[in-house]
Design a protein around this ligand. Structure first.
Ligand code: S3P
Length: 188
């Protein structure tokens, strides 16, 4: 990828940079990301899946066995690598964009899309699975509200913000593609 191609697309719709979905647990990053990648004909990569493959154990096992700082270090390495690779759609874990170095790499090399959702929607979605270590330590409502207070001002630095509260997956994907085109027409 040349410097000129960074963060850009061309008139034929060829995309030259990673599109990076950020946002809290339950915002729909993986579900929407997979569909967005298919619609754009790009590879889909889930950074948490990459971390699990690199570590050879689950995210919960990493948190329990080695602690959160080791998880954050792995997360940073995986995302740094993805930011210098081929164009793709990346779904990041909720804490990734909060790390300043990760955020800097994403903002230099990729287009960030914040999938924003309200507390009740997040709570409902995360309650479907019990695999998130940060939510195992107390009341999900309280933990997610605290994360909203801490992280939403930081997610707001993303290039694009999309409301992921309502609508079908397809309509959210369409909205993202529309917003990407607008972003490229202004910044590309
Ligand atoms: C985390 C979110 C999780 C996962 C880890 C930490 C966070 O990913 O990376 O449990 O700090 O918000 P999802 O946002 O995909 O659930």
């Amino acid at each position: 990828m040349s410097d000129k191609q960074i963060k850009s697309a061309d008139v034929s719709g060829n995309i030259y940079c990673p599109i990076v979905l950020v946002g809290l647990m339950g915002a729909g990053k993986s579900t929407i990301g997979r569909r967005l990648a298919a619609a754009l004909n790009l590879q889909f990569i889930d950074s948490d899946v990459e971390i699990v493959e690199a570590a050879g154990c689950s995210i919960s096992d990493i948190f329990e066995g080695y602690g959160e700082p080791i998880f954050r270090d792995l997360e940073q390495r995986v995302i740094m690598r993805l930011m210098t690779g081929a164009p793709c759609v990346v779904a990041t874990g909720g804490g990734a964009f909060i790390q300043p170095d990760v955020r800097k790499a994403i903002s230099e090399k990729g287009i960030s899309v914040w999938l924003k959702a309200d507390l009740p929607v997040l709570v409902e979605r995360v309650s479907r699975r019990d695999n998130r270590p940060l939510l195992k330590t107390g009341d999900k409502n309280e933990i997610l509200q605290k994360l909203i207070d801490e992280r939403y001002p930081i997610y707001a630095e993303a290039d694009i913000t999309i409301d992921s509260n309502f609508g079908s997956h397809e309509s959210v994907v369409e909205e993202i593609i529309k917003a990407l085109k607008e972003w490229w027409s202004k910044n590309g």
